[in-house]
Design a protein. Structure first.
Lengths: 187, 978
């Protein structure tokens, strides 16, 4: 077993948490991700595995949210699947075994920073960040958007006051700064 | 401090006293005041100077249409020029200054312009400054620039922050007057998601300025109750202090919310303003109407204002502009103003009505006639009235209200090239048939000028746009007076009757424009500057059009209007910029080793959005060259490590992955063996080089493509285009993994020795030869990828791990390499080594170069079809004297080789016609001990050994150089295959 230690996207040994009265911003470092894209002519086989994994194939603009595993729509016949990193460090390998030649699977765990926004001011804050109809979204809605020039996914979580933002890992500090200024702005 | 013109009543909080300063003098006002109302309450009518003639000016209006009362608000870095006193909400400690004056407001030296007004008529620039020609740039323009403009900028950084935001709704209602409120009540009660926005700090619009009743309440009370009900709806968002500035495509509206403009300093971290982008399905435009003035001789003196404004100041702000007032009108609304002022106890000297059938009053005198002149240097004192019988009567007054009729606010209906249509009974333009998608207009903006009409229009508009069923709700009773108006635009025979008070355009200027042939309304606008000021002619354009129509013998609709464009009112640049300023202008991308590099004292350079270590400065190094030379020498003599995560990485999978790469690269990839990497060159459709990089085959159906850092995005976009549009029948899946993997180049003769200490597989030359690639593990089990490729020309590897382990890996590499004195190197050393090796990069792949230019023409396979291969064979791109990438070194080894310099024959002229090529990249080579360069040279491959001149006439470069092979180091490639 190797002894290399990870650092979080924000550069810490442990995830960063910022607490305001009205909002909490949590760096979620516990998510493993892999993209799954159906191969040409093998779509049915891909859907079948997705259904088995998630219960349903996530439709356009939708995520399937379970306690541990989730999956959301990224593009035509393309999804991002997530699972706890502690149990799915090798998520891409694990998924590839399940999908076989029905899908192309690519590890994405290192590619994203995951920031959870929780609190009563979540909609106010989201309105200052991106062009997403957060007040009309229901749990499981997901939208690809741009936050301060950074391509992100915004996922409306099960709790009414919770939003998940996935952004490019290399820009984690900038994205976090944008969230912090929005949080201050809406305080 | 006595507010000598303050009346009883109004909608101000007299219990709250607010202190403020104007031009250094202290005054008091109340909460609910604007700066204009507070100044008027204190007897201040003179608030500014006009743009061109520096004529004394006071307020004309009580709203955002104000052309005259522009002030510099606040001080220091927060100083904001050209702020309308009529919309600036009073707050305690407000500081304002008059602007556009040389000297004091009362004694403005530039007022001398007024004496020369005959020379400064419309178009005087074009006539006056024609000669001598050289004077324009050096004399005239500097003087004009100095004299022009209104307020001034502080030239300090704006200390405030501005947000951008995004809102969504079913229905956006623009304007919270009677129509807007009624529309909002109707929509809000139906459950629709509604946004109601108004630029004022109090909802109600004209309802706050009038004295009539709605139902059993006063109009202002009804408005307040409506707002209270709307506030109780969770589905209704009320946005005061919010101006909708533009109607854009697809139901998108721009809105500026002035969050903190009514306080001295915004709370820490809070925005001063928010620029909202509102996405709406439907829109009700209930923006009301603006009263228009009448042009007559000297109609611009402080104290002369719109009749409706005088009424607003009296009814809403409890301010008498003066105790003695007259009204000049062509419609019944002027009489309403007089009646309201009379009821407030003010003296109505007379109502001057141009109509023969004007209504009479028991309370004040009504004269049939016209105002033909006014007096009063810094404020109105007298007006001369020419009565219908020809006699002249002088009125001793301090305020004159002008009521020329009302113009519906059609601005927003025209932002997408819609044209308004003429309404004869109003003598005004009303919204036309081509409205922005989803918009409906209600109330005065639609020409419904009565309160009852506005209430009905608002309710009906909401019902229509939301498709509400059932009968119309019962509406409260309200004023429903008909419009009785005789169009009247200007008094004949005037020499100085002002149309556009902000830009000092007179009736005479419009006539001159017509006389000189500028007869199109667009030409009129530009020749006279009518309507080009910050108010965009809201109070002036109609007068100009009417005069143009009369002169041209046309009707006003035949003359037409100019184009209405966003923004509706002046908008701060800060609001447009939002948070995108300074350090936050663009995102910063940090490499996985960033934290470690900071610890090492790295000097960073921006490469696109990436922050890359440029070099690592050691103690005692005083010049960047010392650091870079050390890094290069250490790498070539032992081992160096460089973070190359920034290179674009694209995961290419699918059964047709190899065929796909065969299409996008000009060289062959179909037969690349699993476990092998190949250098590839991508061409554009036109045969020009797009990018280069490598592709490693991890499995039959799985490749990793790398791109240059700069082209990561364009190449990915290109690949997606090819996949989706050119070869949609291929089974290929692409996804970027640039962010997913931390990648380090380990280069130098000891690179293998170092790697062997951390990786779990055999990387000997036999097991892992040059251009190998593999999925491996390191440090007893961490998944990784290894590529044996070399940019430096040394024995080199690139190792990649999931990004989260990037920090750990660089530390591990440094620890394992300590015995070899492993040296981190930055982009400068990277650049030096690739120039020494003769490898092309962005400098050479500059959008003009072909494979031939790069010396790679043989890579363009003729055995297959690939993008750009056909056009790369064009004759023009294969000339005998085509540019060829070569090396350049100075004959005198102490000379520099500046990049960008051009090559000329050793003997012969130095000019563009004899240009032989140019240096694309250059550096000092610490290995060779002198400067070197890569250059594109005509017929370069046949000119090795030729002596040439390297010149840059602009910078004085003139260096004798020799053409050499571009491979300065290890031309046979023995090191990288070691």
């Amino acid at each position: 077993m190797h002894n290399l230690q990870t650092i979080t996207a924000l550069g810490g040994k442990t995830p960063r948490i910022d607490v305001f009265d009205h909002i909490t911003i949590i760096e979620n470092d516990s998510v493993a991700l892999a993209s799954v894209t159906a191969r040409m002519g093998r779509e049915a086989g891909c859907y079948k595995v997705l259904q088995k994994l998630l219960g349903v194939v996530p439709e356009t603009g939708r995520a399937v949210l379970h306690n541990t595993e989730t999956g959301f729509y990224m593009g035509l016949d393309q999804w991002m699947l997530t699972a706890p990193r502690v149990s799915h460090e090798l998520i891409a390998d694990q998924l590839k075994k399940l999908f076989g030649d029905n899908a192309s699977v690519t590890e994405q765990s290192g590619a994203w920073v995951c920031l959870d926004i929780i609190g009563r001011a979540m909609p106010d804050m989201c309105e200052r960040l991106c062009a997403v109809p957060v007040r009309q979204m229901v749990a499981g809605d997901v939208q690809r958007t741009v936050i301060h020039k950074m391509g992100c996914f915004v996922i409306r979580c099960m709790a009414n006051d919770q939003l998940r933002i996935l952004g490019p890992r290399s820009t984690a500090a900038t994205l976090h700064h944008a969230l912090m200024t929005a949080a201050t702005s809406t305080a | 401090m006595i507010q000598k013109n303050r009346l009883e009543g109004g909608q101000i909080d007299t219990a709250t006293l607010l202190k403020f300063k104007f031009d250094g003098k202290s005054y008091v006002g109340h909460e609910g005041d604007t700066l204009a109302s507070a100044l008027l309450a204190n007897g201040v009518r003179l608030m500014g100077r006009s743009f061109k003639y520096h004529r004394p000016r006071g307020v004309l209006s009580a709203g955002s249409e104000e052309p005259n009362a522009l002030v510099q608000l606040r001080s220091g870095a927060r100083q904001e020029p050209n702020t309308r006193a009529t919309t600036a909400e009073l707050f305690d400690g407000l500081v304002a200054k008059s602007q556009n004056r040389f000297g004091s407001l009362r004694f403005d030296a530039m007022a001398i312009n007024d004496r020369f007004s005959n020379f400064l008529t419309a178009g005087f620039y074009y006539k006056t400054f024609m000669w001598p020609k050289t004077f324009w740039e050096k004399v005239y323009e500097p003087i004009i620039r100095k004299a022009a403009g209104l307020g001034s900028l502080s030239l300090l950084d704006d200390p405030d922050v501005y947000d951008k935001g995004f809102l969504y709704c079913n229905l956006l209602i623009i304007g919270a007057g009677p129509a807007g409120l009624m529309a909002a009540l109707t929509a809000g009660r139906s459950g629709a998601n509604v946004i109601l926005a108004d630029e004022d700090f109090t909802f109600g619009g004209r309802l706050n300025s009038e004295t009539f009743s709605i139902g059993d309440d006063s109009s202002a009370v009804w408005a307040a109750e409506a707002v209270a009900e709307l506030s109780s709806f969770p589905n209704v968002r009320l946005m005061v202090r919010t101006t909708i500035i533009g109607a854009f495509d697809h139901g998108i509206y721009g809105a500026v919310e002035r969050v903190s403009d009514h306080v001295a300093i915004p709370d820490a971290g809070k925005p001063r303003q928010i620029m909202w982008r509102i996405y709406t399905q439907r829109t009700v435009l209930a923006a009301g109407a603006i009263e228009r003035p009448i042009a007559f001789e000297n109609n611009d003196r402080p104290g002369i204002m719109l009749g409706s404004a005088i009424r607003t100041y009296a009814n809403r702000f409890a301010v008498a502009v003066d105790k003695s007032v007259a009204i000049f009108t062509n419609n019944d609304d002027g009489h309403r103003t007089a009646a309201d002022l009379h009821a407030k106890g003010l003296k109505i000297a007379a109502v001057v009505d141009v109509r023969a059938n004007a209504p009479l009053s028991m309370d004040f005198e009504v004269l049939q006639g016209q105002v033909i002149n006014t007096k009063g240097r810094l404020g109105l004192t007298f007006v001369d009235v020419k009565l219908s019988d020809g006699t002249i009567r002088t009125l001793d007054i301090g305020a004159l209200g002008m009521s020329g009729g009302w113009n519906p606010n059609v601005h927003m209906t025209c932002h997408q090239r819609g044209r308004p249509r003429w309404n004869e009974s109003l003598a005004a333009f009303v919204p036309g048939d081509t409205l922005p998608n989803g918009m409906i207009v209600a109330g005065a903006a639609n020409g419904d000028m009565s309160t009852a009409g506005a209430l009905h229009g608002g309710a009906q508009a909401a019902r229509v746009v939301l498709g509400l069923k059932g009968s119309m709700p019962k509406l409260p009773t309200a004023e429903d007076a008909p419009i009785r108006l005789t169009p009247f635009w200007y008094v004949e025979g005037c020499s100085r009757a002002w149309l556009d008070q902000q830009n000092d355009v007179t009736v005479k200027d419009v006539k001159l424009s017509h006389q000189e042939g500028f007869r199109s309304v667009e030409h009129l606008k530009r020749y006279t500057t009518l309507g080009m000021s910050t108010d965009q002619g809201k109070t002036s354009n109609m007068g100009g059009l009417a005069i143009m129509a009369e002169l041209a013998g046309k009707t006003i609709p035949e003359v037409g209007t100019t184009i209405f464009r966003p923004p509706y009112t002046p908008t701060a640049i800060g609001a447009l910029a939002g948070r995108n300023r300074g350090q936050d202008f663009h995102p910063k991308r940090l490499t996985p080793s960033h934290k470690w590099a900071l610890e090492q004292g790295a000097v960073f350079v921006e490469v696109g959005n990436w922050m890359r270590a440029q070099w690592f400065q050691k103690d005692g190094e005083t010049h960047w060259r010392e650091s870079v030379d050390r890094e290069v020498l250490a790498t070539r003599s032992s081992v160096g490590v460089c973070d190359v995560t920034t290179l674009g990485k694209v995961d290419v999978q699918g059964m047709d992955a190899a065929n796909f790469l065969n299409k996008i690269y000009c060289n062959g990839f179909a037969k690349l063996a699993v476990g092998k990497t190949r250098y590839g060159l991508m061409l554009r459709e036109d045969g020009i080089a797009l990018d280069d990089g490598t592709a490693g085959r991890l499995a039959n159906d799985h490749f990793i493509v790398t791109t240059t850092t700069a082209n990561a995005l364009p190449v990915y976009r290109h690949m997606e285009f090819v996949r989706q549009c050119l070869f949609p029948d291929m089974d290929v899946q692409l996804i970027s993994t640039t962010e997913a993997w931390a990648q380090y180049a380990i280069a130098g003769p000891n690179s293998r020795n170092l790697l062997e200490k951390i990786i779990d597989q055999d990387v000997s030359n036999g097991a892992f030869p040059f251009m190998s690639c593999a999925n491996i593990t390191i440090c007893n089990g961490l998944r990784a990828r290894l590529f044996r490729i070399s940019f430096s020309g040394e024995l080199a590897f690139e190792i990649a791990v999931p990004t989260a382990y990037g920090d750990a890996l660089i530390r591990k590499i440094m620890e394992a390499g300590a015995e070899f004195d492993v040296t981190p190197y930055g982009t400068e050393a990277l650049g030096v080594m690739r120039i020494e090796k003769g490898h092309a990069t962005g400098n050479e792949l500059n959008g003009t170069t072909s494979a031939l230019n790069l010396g790679m023409e043989r890579m363009v396979s003729e055995a297959k079809d690939s993008i750009g291969s056909i056009l790369s064979r064009r004759k023009g791109m294969n000339r005998a004297d085509a540019l060829f990438q070569m090396g350049v070194k100075p004959l005198d080894l102490s000379d520099d080789v500046p990049a960008g310099s051009h090559l000329m024959n050793a003997d012969g002229p130095v000019d563009a016609a004899h240009d032989q090529g140019y240096v694309t990249s250059a550096c000092y080579s610490p290995n060779l001990g002198h400067a070197i360069g890569l250059a594109f040279i005509k017929n370069g491959s046949n000119r090795i050994g030729e002596k040439m001149r390297l010149v840059s006439p602009l910078t004085g470069v003139d260096v004798a150089v020799e053409i050499v092979s571009p491979h300065f180091i290890d031309p046979q490639g023995e090191r990288l295959r070691a």
